[in-house]
Each structure stands twice: as C-alpha cells, then as structure tokens.
Design a protein around this ligand. Structure first.
Ligand SMILES: *[C@@H]1O[C@H](CO)[C@@H](O)[C@H](O)[C@H]1NC(C)=O
Ligand SMILES: *[C@@H]1O[C@H](CO)[C@@H](O)[C@H](O)[C@H]1NC(C)=O
Ligand SMILES: *[C@@H]1O[C@H](CO)[C@@H](O)[C@H](O)[C@H]1NC(C)=O
Ligand SMILES: *[C@@H]1O[C@H](CO)[C@@H](O)[C@H](O)[C@H]1NC(C)=O
Ligand SMILES: *[C@@H]1O[C@H](CO)[C@@H](O)[C@H](O)[C@H]1NC(C)=O
Length: 469
C-alpha cells in the first residue's frame, strides 16, 4: 500500500534537510564576511538546524506515517498522511481534529529538559518561600475552603498538613528507568506486564486496577499513582492493601481525601504544577512530568499513540468519548524524538528496542544550550547561563532530610507507622549515586515552578550541603 512511499520519503527528506543546513552555513559565512565575525548566534542556529533534521529523520522512522516539516531552526509542523481519518469531533472546540500540528522545538526542549531538574511535589518550604505561597497559592489547592485566599493560615495548614512534607520527598535522578502506564484499551493487545515490572519505578493513573486479571498486560509493580479529586471514594478499593504505593493528588485536597488518607498507610502528596499544558490534552502529561523529575529514562505504555483510533477506550472499562487522539499522538511523537519519552504500543511491540535514531544525551544538551542562548539573546539578556538562570525567587531551608514530616501534627494511629518516612527521611547516602551527584552539582538547590508552564519563573530553595550543615 503506502509502504514504498514511506521508505522513499525519508531519503528525500534527509536530502532536503542537508540542503537546508548547507544554505544556513552559507548564509552564516556570508553574514560573518560582512560583519567580520562568526557570531555565536549563527552557530546556535546551526546546532538547532542540525537537531531539527535529526528530529525529522526520527519522526520519519518512528512516526507510523507522521512526517515533520521544518519551518526554521525552531519551528516544525507534524503532519498526518493525507486521508487520515479525522472524523473525530472535538466537543470542546467544535471542530474536527486537524491533521497538522505546529511546534516550537526550542521551547519544547527548554521546557522538558527543565523537568529533569525539577521538584514536582508540593512542600512546606515552597509555600513558605513563594511570594504569597500560603495566602494565595495554598488556597487554590484546597477545595471547600469557602474563600479564595487563606485569610487564616492555621485553617489552611489544617487542610494541607496531612499531605505536606517539609522538603522534597523525591529527587531528580532518583531512579534510572521508570514506566508510566496509561489506561488505554490497547494494553490488552500486548503483554507488556513483565517488561513494565522490570522498571525501577512504575507510575500509574487514577483508578487503573493492578491485579492478577490484568497482570500480563499491565504488570503488578506499583510505586506511584497520580489521582484526581473524586477518586478518594474508591481509592481504598483500588489500593487493595498495597501500602507502599505513593499517591500524588494532581488536583485539590478536600475533606473526603483527608478523611480517606487517615485510614491508609500510603504516603500521599500533592502535585505541584497543576496548570494543564497547551498542545497535549489529558492527564498523561502530568505523569510524564512527575516521571521526568525523578527518572533518567521514561518508558510510556498504554497511551493511545498508534494510528487508527476512533474512540477512547480503557483497559478495564467500557469505551467512552472525549479525547483528542491525533493531537496527543503528534505531541507524544514529538516528545519521543526530543528524547523525553520512549513509546511502547501494539504497533511498535514487535520492533527491536532500537533507540539509535532518538537524539543522544549529548545532542540534546547541545541543542538545549543553543536554545537557551538564543532565547536570552532575543530577550536582550546578557550574563551567565548557569543552572540557576531561571531562578526568580530564592529561599533557604534546613539541611537535607530534616524538618517535620507530612502529617506530623495529625497522626492517626494508622498513619504513625505509615510508609511516608521511607521517602521523607531517607538518608542522603542511600540515594542513587546519580541523584547524589546531581544534588552536589546543584549545590543543594531544589527548583520548583512558580506558575504553570512559565519557563522563567522558578522558586529555588537552597539546602545546606552536608559539609556546611
Ligand atoms: C483560624 O482557624 C482556626 C482553625 O480552624 C480556628 O481555631 C481559629 O479560630 C481561626 N482564627 C480566626 C481569627 O478566625
Ligand atoms: C502543620 O504542621 C506544622 C509542621 O509539623 C506545624 O508546625 C503546624 O502547627 C501544623 N498546623 C496545624 C494547623 O496543625
Ligand atoms: C486484591 O488483591 C488480592 C490479592 O492480593 C486479589 O485476590 C483480589 O482480587 C484483589 N481485589 C481487587 C478488587 O482487585
Ligand atoms: C473514520 O471514523 C469514523 C468514526 O469512527 C468511521 O465511522 C469511519 O468508518 C472511518 N472511516 C475510515 C475510512 O476509516
Ligand atoms: C540540570 O542539572 C544539571 C546537573 O545535574 C545541570 O548541569 C544542568 O545545567 C541543569 N539543567 C537545567 C535546565 O536546569
């Protein structure tokens, strides 16, 4: 059918991108002839153009028909093949899904690389240091407060204390390989169970069941689970006695949740960045953000990423509507070719695990530096581009692993011997070597987002290093 066209296209595409890089070199040389210098801007554009052509090749190889069309060194359009069924009607926007999606790759690299160094769990030190952290931000995380601000901080603490650790309970680079398991019905077409369980940590979503019935498809290992408000009711049934699984609430805390938490021994926290991202719908992105903030490699399973979907199905329940398969599929493919995630799905199940066309760590680091330099140049900002370049607010906190643990003022007997302390008071020495190294390189600083997806506004918390403590 379309096979021959597919295999010929990449060659042509490669040729075109080589030509593009060449013409950029020419322009760069010409302009440096006139200005008398080979400016770093030209070099950065070259690096990014090279990255783009790599991305284009990666999409051609892995995109199951998707193609990448380069606009300039930052912008790219991902296109579905002509004739793709776009009869999916989006209720929200009252349109049929488009077949083309434009992305700013420079922004995407900056955003997703930043997650690798980020803390994504809400902590007391964050609320204490963020401007109006308690008054303003904390109030947004509490349902049933009856006010839009915390006029009475004690009252807000009462709502949050059960889920609020003093310091980040998890750390960048804490795990090497993580599996993020979505809920898609396509999980039933494969037997990824053992492969999923072989990861250092497994992240699941909401009410996705884990039991013998589905074990060969989704595995049995459970480490993290992102949940939304409303899940509190049947959470105890879902957990089914699994005390270790960490719950991370990605919306707001409310009375029902707190009542439920007091009855279980699981660690429970609030996710810190809650604003939904443009460009990718659904809850999957939060799980990927959480995973990236702790793991080197993020493998995703059970996301609807293969062509041919006409409805949104879940592996444990009947199909329902309300998803944007094409938009999500294009964005996940972009993320795979930016080296953020690795996609596992039925149509890719039989392939050898070959990631050679995904950009290397070194290539991503180079592209990241180039994108950052260009961005700062465009904003007219000079000066250092170190790891704290985006720190807007600084705060100071006590040494690693000290301070009150979550729930300490409202410990029910069940929670007193709960498993929160496994993470919250873990000695620095028992952290994975890469995580310790990162902590030292970051000089003991934890990075938090201030608002949504704004790249430039970080809250940076300095913890004394061992020797200074
Ligand atoms: C603040 O909230 C606490 C706890 O609910 C309550 O005991 C206290 O009276 C409140 N303070 C004021 C000034 O309303
Ligand atoms: C919340 O926890 C902190 C730290 O353990 C404690 O200092 C504070 O008094 C607690 N607040 C309430 C209202 O229980
Ligand atoms: C709970 O776990 C047990 C095994 O530990 C299993 O037999 C049972 O089916 C599970 N229940 C649910 C509702 O998944
Ligand atoms: C496209 O999807 C619609 C809605 O699910 C379906 O009715 C139609 O048969 C599909 N068309 C093709 C060509 O696959
Ligand atoms: C992330 O952390 C590493 C140290 O592990 C540092 O070299 C790098 O500059 C940081 N990157 C960002 C985007 O913060």
């Amino acid at each position: 059918m379309t096979r021959p066209r597919l295999s010929r296209k990449p060659a042509l595409v490669r040729l075109l991108s080589v030509a593009a890089v060449f013409s950029i070199i020419l322009i760069a040389i010409q302009s440096s002839f006139f200005t008398g210098s080979w400016t770093p801007v030209n070099l950065d554009i070259l690096i990014l153009s090279h990255f783009q052509s790599n991305l284009q090749q990666c999409v051609a190889n892995r995109g199951l028909g998707l193609t990448a069309h380069i606009i300039d060194h930052c912008n790219v359009i991902l296109k579905f093949p002509q004739g793709t069924n776009s009869t999916w009607y989006n209720e929200q926007f009252k349109i049929f899904e488009p077949l083309e999606y434009k992305y700013d790759v420079c922004e995407a690299i900056l955003l997703w690389e930043q997650y690798r160094n980020m803390t994504t769990v809400l902590t007391r030190e964050y609320l204490d240091s963020r401007p109006d952290g308690w008054f303003d931000y904390a109030a947004k995380r509490i349902a049933q407060l009856g006010a839009d601000k915390c006029y009475n901080q004690t009252l807000c603490e009462e709502h949050l204390n059960l889920t609020l650790p003093a310091k980040p309970p998890f750390h960048p680079r804490q795990f090497r390989r993580c599996a993020v398991v979505g809920n898609s019905g396509d999980l039933l077409k494969t037997q990824f169970g053992e492969e999923i369980d072989s990861h250092d940590a497994v992240i699941r979503d909401n009410e996705a069941p884990v039991n013998e019935k589905y074990a060969k498809h989704v595995g049995l290992k459970r480490d993290f689970r992102l949940v939304v408000r409303g899940a509190a009711g049947n959470m105890i049934k879902i957990l089914n006695g699994s005390d270790d699984e960490v719950l991370i609430i990605k919306s707001v805390i409310h009375r029902d949740f707190n009542a439920m938490i007091k009855k279980i021994r699981n660690p429970v926290y609030l996710f810190q960045g809650i604003v939904l991202r443009r460009g990718a719908k659904g809850t999957g992105m939060k799980s990927i953000e959480l995973a990236l903030s702790m793991c080197d490699i993020v493998d995703i399973y059970g996301f609807t990423v293969d062509p041919g979907y006409t409805e949104w199905t879940r592996y444990f329940s009947t199909p329902r509507k309300g998803h944007n398969p094409l938009q999500g599929r294009a964005y996940y493919q972009l993320l795979e070719c930016l080296g953020v995630i690795r996609i596992h799905s039925p149509m890719r199940a039989k392939r050898k695990q070959d990631w050679s066309d995904v950009p290397s760590r070194e290539m991503i680091n180079n592209a990241h530096r180039a994108a950052l330099r260009l961005k700062k140049k465009q904003a007219g900002e000079e000066g250092g581009l170190g790891q704290f370049v985006n720190c807007k607010v600084w705060g100071k906190s006590g040494p690693y692993g000290t301070g009150p643990v979550s729930g300490s003022t409202d410990m029910t007997d069940t929670r007193k011997d709960s498993n929160y302390n496994r993470w919250e008071i873990m000695p620095f020495e028992s952290l994975r070597m890469e995580a310790r190294k990162h902590y030292m390189q970051m000089e003991g600083v934890s990075l938090y987002k201030m608002d949504g997806n704004k790249l430039d506004d970080l809250v940076c918390m300095k913890h004394p290093l061992k020797s200074e403590a």
